[in-house]
Design a protein around this ligand. Structure first.
Ligand code: NAD
Length: 501
């Protein structure tokens, strides 16, 4: 499978819009195709709406955002992209026809995946050209925030297509779950539907309202599910003997059974109860308002889970790790001409939420950017996760920031880092943050780092290999004039009011 630089979308509704936002955010260009020309405005709006929450998901240095274009020429789209994700309505014949058409225009090494919620891949690939490159890749709404994507191959799907797709989805921050066997509804929708069927029965039988049933989840099992799922949680519920005891204790109830397999008839009365119940729960809030609330807590939950390296938080942590590594390897190598004038250690765009009430980047973010620049430099000389796991790290002991021209939201900026000094335990760095459009100096950051033994909590000698690489950079830059801001202290000049008083 080719390296994916451009993603093609077939169908640009709710799910197509979500795919576009996610891919663009991770630096992939998107060509969105839909039969309705008016969907162009819709998908651009959907991408803009997703931007706020997505930009808070991680502060790791992201690649430059991808570009979005729109077309009603589906086959034209298929000829110019590296991967196609289909998101048209859930109708077997329509999907079969469109997938067959598009497969005649997409080169054979372009993987084609379907977002179908429950159709079988073997049915969908039936009339396609090169059907071995087809699979189901089922995402979850909102696609730009939920990492899960179920990958399901059909009878003709090759392992290479599934592996290639898994690599691509991982690169855009997702958790690909390979489904071993195709079944209607895949895995997650089977589970979701079982729960929903029970909800419909309980509302239909007048046992509970939609709000009460949501309470039964959100104050209890829902909190457990996000990190451990049902099975591991039940293993805990069985006490010391875990799942075995749990099954012995509750096995008999499974036979009673508590639940029903057939969904109830969707009568007008039941539909009214479901609609009225959820409207009452919405309490006058619009869908957009509720979506914003959902997006904000989905971001917050993933950040909390990241601290425990569990579930979606582990996915986020792995993505960040990779982004930091890519940023470090993208930083110019620490020898030769580039490092003689300073190392371009970080290239980013000023995020909208970094802006203060004056309309420019706020104080704390300068330290964050300089921290990322330090991280890139240190990773390039071997201070990486493995180094830290071995109980060694560099801690910041002093920082001094000076400010120059303004940096506004979405302004592309870069950092040039100079190594002013290094000895066995200390690294002295100087960062200069510039605007890309005119190279004007936005800020400088001078920082001293101390090498520590993290388990002893004491300063310690750094590894000789790291020390040697840092020394090489220092020597390469030794001929440069000292930056005018170096060693500057904050203070009023003698003629200021402080003196006169
Ligand atoms: N909505 C969800 O929560 C969800 C979640 C996961 C998967 N899915 C699956 O994703 C797919 C799309 O669902 P959605 O909710 O985005 O639907 P949607 O109705 O919002 O969007 C479908 C889009 O496809 C376009 N379209 C229709 N016929 C087309 C054609 N022949 N060629 C190109 N475009 C065409 C429509 O104009 C529309 O913009 C379905 O298969 C669905 O099962 C949906």
């Amino acid at each position: 499978m080719r390296r994916v630089k451009t993603l093609g979308l077939l169908g640009t509704g709710v799910i197509g819009g979500g795919w576009a936002a996610r891919a663009l955010h991770f630096g992939i260009d998107v060509v969105a195709a839909d039969v309705k020309p008016e969907m162009e405005g819709w998908i651009r709006g959907a991408v803009a709406n997703a931007e706020g929450a997505l930009s808070r998901l991680t502060f790791a240095p992201l690649p430059r955002k991808g570009t979005l274009s729109f077309t009603t020429d589906l086959n034209g789209m298929a000829r110019q992209v590296d991967f196609i994700q289909e998101n048209i309505p859930e109708q077997l014949e329509l999907k079969q026809r469109v997938l067959a058409d598009v497969s005649r225009h997409a080169p054979a090494d372009v993987v084609i995946a379907s977002s179908t919620s429950g159709l079988m891949p073997s049915d969908l690939q039936r009339h396609m050209q090169a059907p071995e490159r087809f699979l189901v890749a089922h995402p979850f709404n909102p696609v730009y925030l939920l990492p899960l994507v179920e990958l399901v191959g059909g009878a003709k799907t090759s392992d290479a297509a599934v592996e290639g797709a898994a690599r691509f989805f991982t690169a855009i921050g997702m958790h690909p779950l390979r489904v071993r066997k195709e079944i209607p509804g895949h895995l997650t929708d089977r589970l979701q539907e079982a729960l929903w069927r029970e909800i419909l029965h309980l509302v239909n039988d007048g046992v509970a309202t939609t709000g009460e049933l949501d309470e039964s989840i959100i104050y209890g099992p829902g909190l457990r599910w996000a990190a451990m799922g049902t099975n591991l949680i039940y293993h805990l519920a069985g006490g010391e003997t875990g799942m075995r005891h749990m099954l012995r204790q509750f096995g008999p109830c499974l036979k009673w059974p508590w639940t029903k397999l057939e969904a109830p008839e969707l009568t007008e009365g039941l539909i009214d109860r479901m609609v009225e119940g959820t409207q009452e729960q919405a309490a006058g809030r619009s869908i957009r308002e509720l979506e914003r609330l959902r997006d904000d807590y989905l971001v917050a939950i993933q950040q909390v889970l990241k601290q425990f390296n569990i579930g979606a938080g582990a996915t986020l942590r792995a993505v960040e790790q990779r982004l930091y590594e890519e940023n470090a390897s993208g930083a110019q190598v620490a020898t030769g001409a580039e490092s003689a004038s300073g190392l371009r250690s970080c290239e980013i765009v000023v995020r909208p939420e970094w802006i203060d009430y004056n309309g420019h980047m706020t104080d704390s973010r300068y330290l964050q950017v300089f921290g990322d620049a330090t991280d890139a430099l240190l990773r390039s000389v071997g201070v990486d996760d493995a180094y830290r796991r071995s109980g060694k790290a560099l801690y910041t002991v002093e920082s001094h920031v000076t400010h120059g021209v303004e940096a506004k939201a979405l302004e592309p900026v870069y950092v040039v880092t100079r190594l002013l000094g290094v000895d066995d335990k200390r690294v002295h760095l100087f960062h200069a943050l510039h605007r890309r459009r005119d190279d004007a100096l936005v800020a400088t950051g001078e920082q001293m780092y101390l090498h520590v033994d993290t388990s002893a909590g004491k300063a310690a000698l750094m590894d000789s290999a790291v020390r040697e690489k840092l020394e090489k950079i220092r020597v390469a830059q030794a001929g440069l004039a000292p930056p005018p801001q170096q060693g500057r202290a904050v203070g009023m000049p003698p003629s200021s009011g402080a003196q006169r008083r």
